[in-house]
Write a protein that binds this ligand. Structure first.
Ligand code: MGD
Ligand code: MGD
Ligand code: SF4
Ligand code: MO
Length: 757
C-alpha cells in the first residue's frame, strides 16, 4: 500500500514543496505539491528524482572508522569514541586553531546544518573556519556588511512585481536561482515578460536564461564591476540619479560620484568588450523603468573584483530608488529572523579582524578563504601550528575548491579528520571517521537560510516523511554529539546541546527591551515550548520570538510550531515589503554608499581598465540535472547534455584546430586536464567553459555510477592564488587557460606513418 507525504525539496535554493509517494519506507515517486503556498506545484528533474537520490545504494548506512589504515563499518558508539579520541588531544596539545572546521553547501539545505555548526564553532573557539561561501557568495556578504552594516542583509529582486530585471552572471533557468529563493524562477521570468517587463542578461555565455532575455550582453568575463561602474557614471552625468524615499537613509552620494568619475562608458568599453553606447542605454533603461532590480550571482562574485561588483549592484539599486521598494530589491523578513530591533546606528561590519597564518589573508565574516585550506595544512610557519585535524561537514573541497590535488595530499597528512557525509567521496575518503546522515526522506526540513532570501515571505516545515531506519541517527543528533565530542563533553546527552541553546537564547531575549518576552521568566518560556525533538523545540522558540511569532502568548494569533504543523502546505506571509531603516546596522545608521575598504579597492579596478587577456579565459557552467559535486551518482540525473565537456566557440575551435568531440588539453596555473571539446556558439569568442564538481576517478571513492563517467576536476586548473582581496573569495571565472587539441590515435598513427615515409 502506498501513501503520500509532503517534503520541501532540499536539492537547490528554490525550496519547492514536493508530494512524495511512499511504499513501505521507500520513496517511489515525487511530484510538485500544487497546494504549496510558495511553489504551487513546480518541480524540476532533480526534485522528480528525489526517490532515486534518496535510495542511492552507495549512500553509507553505518559510520566508518579507520583501523590499520582502512575504513571499516562501526557502531555509532565506536565512531564517536574515535572522534573524541582523535580531536581532543590535538586541541589540548596544539591549541584551538589547530583544529579546523570546513562547512560545505548542503549545510544550508538541512535543519542540522542550520542549527548546530554555530554551536560547534562556539564550543571550539577555533579561528580556522572555512566554508563554501568563499568559493561562492562571500563578496555579496562583504558588500552588504559594508553598505548596510549586516553581512546577511542581502536585498532580493522583487521578481513577481518588477518592471525591469538586470540579471548578471546568473543562469536561473539551470540553477533555479541563488541568493534569490524563487520556486519556478523560469516561470516567474516568463511572467515578468508577459506583463510587459524587460529582462536584460549579462553573461559571456548564451545561456537558456540569456535566450529568454530581451537583451543579452556577452561581456568579457571578470569585467562586470567596470560595466556597472560605468552605468553609475552615466546616471550621475545624465542627471538620472533619483533616490526617492531612500534619500534620508543614504550617506556618501557626492563621494561616490567623485570616486567613480573615471569609469566612463568609453573608458570601460574595451575591457568589457561592450559598446559605450550600449552601456549608456543600459543605464538609461534602468533609470527609466517604473521599477527595476539589479541582481547578480556566481559570475559576478567568483571573479577578481567580486566585492566591487556586488557593491555596485546595490549601488545601482540605490541610485535608481529601487532599493527597498516594491518592484525593486527588498530585504525579506523570515519567520525565524530575530525580533527586529528598533532602527538606529549599529556596530558596523569589520573585516580582517584576524588573518590566515601562511598568506596573511584577512578573515571575512569569521571565515578564512577555502582556497587557503591546503596551505594552512601543508605549510609550516614560525607563526603557529599548521592545521592538524579537521571537522568536515557536508563539504567536498577536493572537488569544489582550487587545486584539489594539493588539498588531497594535505588531507592525507592530517593527524585526524572526521567527515559528516552520506558518501565516501573525493574528500571523505581521507577521514578517520565518517558519520553518515540519513537520506532526506528520513530528515525534517525547514529553510532557515533560504527564507531570508525568498522573493515572498512564507514559512513551511516538513517532518521526516519516513521514520529513521534502524541503525540510523538523525543528522541533528550526529551534529549535537559531534559538538560534545569535539568540545570535551563526549558522552553527555545530546539533548543538553539544545537545552543549552534554548536557555541562552531565552535568557537573552527576556533582557531585550524590544523583545515580546521582555521581563519574563525564561524557564517559564522554555516550559511552554512544543515539539517532538530538541531541534523542533528550537524551531518553535525561533518562530515564537520572531517577527510573526506569538511572543509566547503576547500576540494571540502569532506563529508557533503547532500552528505551522496545522498548515502542511505552509503559511504565506505576504509579498516583500519596505523595511528600511530597520535592517541597517552601520555605525551611521544609514546606507553607506562608499565604505572605506571599497574606496581602497578602486585603484585596482582602475588598473583593470587597461587589462585585456590575450588568450582564452575559462568560465564555469551548471547543468539543470546536477548539483555541485555530489549528484553524478544517480543514473536519472546523468547522461544526455549533462556532461563534462569543454565548450568553445566555433571561431576559436577553427583557430586552434579543434573538432567537436575531440579531446582537448586545458592548462591553467594549477595543472591541466583533458576533456572532450564541445564546439558551440553558446560561449562567446575568447571564452571556454567547463563545469565543476566532476573528477570522480580517485581511488577509494565509492560512487559506482559516477565513476563510470568521472569527468575532470576543473578546479585543478587553479592554484588558489587568485582571490578577490576584500572577501577572500576564490576566482573561479575568467581564469586564463591554454587549450590544445589532443591528437586522436588515428592522427598519431598518421603522423608516425608520414614521418616514416
Ligand atoms: N570551478 C568552480 N568551482 C565551484 C563552483 C563553480 O561555480 N565553479 N561553485 C562553488 C559553489 S557556488 C559552491 S556552493 C561549492 C559547493 O561545494 P561543496 O561545499 O563541496 O558542496 P557540494 O559539492 O554540494 O556537497 C558537499 C558534500 O555534501 C554531501 N552531502 C549531500 N547531502 C548532505 C546532507 O544532507 N548532509 C551532509 N552532512 N552532507 C551532505 C555530499 O555528499 C558532498 O560530499 O562549490 C564551489 N566550487
Ligand atoms: N542545476 C544546478 N543548480 C544549482 C547548482 C548546481 O550545481 N546545479 N548549484 C547551486 C549553487 S551552490 C549555487 S551558488 C547556484 C548558482 O546559481 P547561478 O549563479 O545562477 O549559477 P550558474 O549557472 O553558475 O550561473 C553563473 C553564470 O555566470 C556566467 N559567468 C561566468 N563568468 C562571468 C562573468 O565574469 N560575468 C558575467 N556577467 N557572467 C559570468 C556563467 O556563464 C554562468 O552562466 O546554483 C545552485 N543551483
Ligand atoms: S527547482 Fe530545486 S527545489 Fe525545486 S524541485 Fe528542483 S531541485 Fe528541488
Ligand atoms: Mo553555491
Amino acid at each position: 500500500m502506498s501513501r503520500t507525504a509532503l517534503r520541501i525539496c532540499p536539492l537547490c535554493e528554490a525550496t519547492c514543496g514536493l508530494t512524495l509517494t511512499i511504499e513501505g519506507t521507500r520513496v517511489t515517486g515525487a511530484r510538485g505539491d500544487r497546494e504549496d503556498v510558495f511553489s504551487n506545484g513546480f518541480i524540476c528533474p532533480k526534485g522528480a528524482a528525489f526517490g532515486a537520490l534518496d535510495a542511492d545504494p552507495d549512500r553509507l548506512r553505518t559510520p566508518l572508522v579507520r583501523e590499520d589504515g582502512a575504513l571499516r563499518e562501526a557502531t555509532w558508539e565506536e565512531a564517536f569514541d574515535a572522534v573524541a579520541a582523535g580531536l581532543r588531544p590535538v586541541v589540548e596539545r596544539y591549541g584551538a586553531d589547530a583544529l579546523g572546521v570546513v562547512l560545505g553547501n548542503p549545510n544550508v539545505h538541512t535543519v542540522a546544518g542550520a542549527l548546530y555548526p554555530t554551536v560547534l564553532l562556539g564550543a571550539l573557539r577555533t579561528r580556522s573556519v572555512f566554508t563554501a561561501s568563499t568559493v561562492d557568495q562571500m563578496p555579496k556578504h562583504v558588500s552588504s556588511g559594508l553598505l548596510f552594516g549586516d553581512a546577511n542583509a542581502i536585498p532580493v529582486p522583487d521578481l513577481d512585481h518588477t518592471d525591469h530585471l538586470l540579471l548578471i552572471g546568473a543562469n536561473p533557468l539551470d540553477s533555479n536561482g541563488s541568493l534569490c529563493t524563487a520556486p519556478d524562477f523560469p516561470g516567474r521570468l516568463k511572467a515578468l515578460k508577459a506583463r510587459g517587463g524587460r529582462l536584460t542578461v549579462v553573461d559571456p555565455r548564451r545561456t537558456r536564461t540569456a535566450r529568454l532575455a530581451d537583451r543579452h550582453l556577452a561581456v568579457r568575463p571578470g569585467t562586470d564591476a567596470l560595466l556597472l561602474a560605468a552605468m553609475v557614471t552615466v546616471l550621475f552625468d545624465e542627471d538620472l540619479v533619483d533616490l526617492g524615499d531612500l534619500a534620508p537613509h543614504v550617506d556618501g552620494l557626492p563621494e561616490l560620484q567623485d570616486a567613480l568619475r573615471d569609469f566612463t562608458p568609453e573608458a570601460v568599453a574595451g575591457a568589457c568588450d561592450v559598446d559605450a553606447s550600449l552601456i549608456r542605454t543600459l543605464a538609461r533603461e534602468l533609470a527609466a523603468a517604473p521599477t527595476a532590480a539589479v541582481y547578480a550571482r556566481i559570475g559576478s562574485c567568483t571573479v577578481p573584483h567580486g566585492t566591487l561588483a556586488s557593491w555596485l549592484v546595490d549601488v545601482l539599486n540605490v541610485l535608481t530608488g529601487n532599493l527597498d521598494r516594491p518592484g525593486g530589491a527588498l530585504f525579506p523578513q523570515a519567520a525565524t529572523d530575530r525580533t527586529p530591533r528598533p532602527a538606529g546606528p549599529g556596530r558596523g561590519f569589520a573585516l580582517g579582524r584576524w588573518h590566515s597564518r601562511v598568506r596573511h589573508l584577512p578573515e571575512a565574516k569569521g571565515e578564512l578563504p577555502l582556497a587557503a585550506l591546503a596551505e594552512e595544512i601543508d605549510t609550516a610557519t614560525e607563526e603557529g601550528e599548521p592545521l592538524r585535524a579537521l571537522v568536515v561537514i557536508a563539504a567536498n573541497p577536493v572537488l569544489s575548491a582550487p587545486d584539489g590535488d594539493r588539498l588531497d595530499k594535505a588531507l592525507e597528512s592530517l593527524d585526524f579528520m572526521v567527515s559528516v557525509d552520506p558518501y565516501l567521496n573525493e574528500t571523505s575518503r581521507h577521514a578517520d571517521v565518517v558519520l553518515p546522515p540519513p537520506p532526506p526522506s528520513q530528515s525534517p526540513h525547514h529553510d532557515f537560510a533560504f527564507n531570508t532570501l525568498a522573493v515572498r515571505n512564507q514559512v513551511r516545515y516538513s517532518r521526516p516523511a519516513v521514520p529513521l531506519e534502524p541503525g540510523r541517527m538523525a543528522e541533528t543528533e550526529i551534529l549535537a554529539r559531534l559538538v560534545l565530542a569535539a568540545g570535551g563533553m563526549h558522552g553527555a546527552d545530546p539533548a543538553t546541546v539544545d537545552t543549552m541553546v534554548i536557555d541562552q537564547t531565552l535568557g537573552k531575549a527576556v533582557q531585550e527591551p524590544h523583545s515580546p518576552v521582555h521581563g519574563r521568566d525564561p524557564r517559564e518560556l522554555a516550559d511552554r515550548l512544543t515539539g517532538d525533538t530538541g531541534p523542533e523545540r528550537r524551531l518553535d522558540m525561533m518562530l515564537r520570538l520572531g517577527p510573526y511569532g506569538d511572543g509566547f502568548g503576547a500576540r494571540a494569533d502569532g506563529l508557533t510550531l503547532a500552528r505551522l504543523l496545522a498548515h502542511p502546505h505552509g503559511i504565506d506571509l505576504g509579498p516583500l515589503r519596505p523595511r528600511l531603516p530597520q535592517p541597517l546596522k552601520t555605525t551611521s545608521g544609514k546606507v553607506e554608499l562608499l565604505p572605506a575598504p571599497i574606496a581602497g579597492d578602486l585603484p585596482r579596478l582602475r588598473q583593470a581598465l587597461r587589462e585585456r587577456p590575450a588568450g582564452l579565459v575559462l568560465v564555469g557552467r551548471r547543468h539543470l540535472r546536477s548539483n555541485n559535486s555530489w549528484m553524478h551518482n544517480v543514473p536519472a540525473l546523468t547522461g544526455g547534455s549533462n556532461r563534462c565537456t569543454l565548450q568553445l566557440h566555433p571561431e576559436d575551435a577553427a583557430r586552434l584546430g579543434v573538432r567537436d568531440g575531440q579531446p582537448v588539453r586545458v592548462k591553467g596555473a594549477g595543472g591541466e586536464v583533458t576533456a572532450p571539446a564541445e564546439v558551440t556558439e553558446a560561449v562567446r569568442t575568447g571564452v571556454v567553459s567547463l563545469p565543476h564538481g566532476w573528477g570522480h576517478d580517485r581511488p577509494g571513492v565509492r560512487l559506482a555510477h559516477a565513476a563510470g563517467e568521472p569527468g575532470v576536476n576543473v578546479n585543478q586548473l587553479l592554484d588558489g592564488t587568485l582571490l578577490d582581496p576584500l572577501s577572500g573569495n576564490a576566482v573561479l571565472n575568467g581564469v586564463p587557460v591554454e587549450v590544445t587539441p589532443v591528437p586522436t590515435v588515428a592522427e598519431k598513427l598518421a603522423s608516425v606513418t608520414s614521418t616514416k615515409l
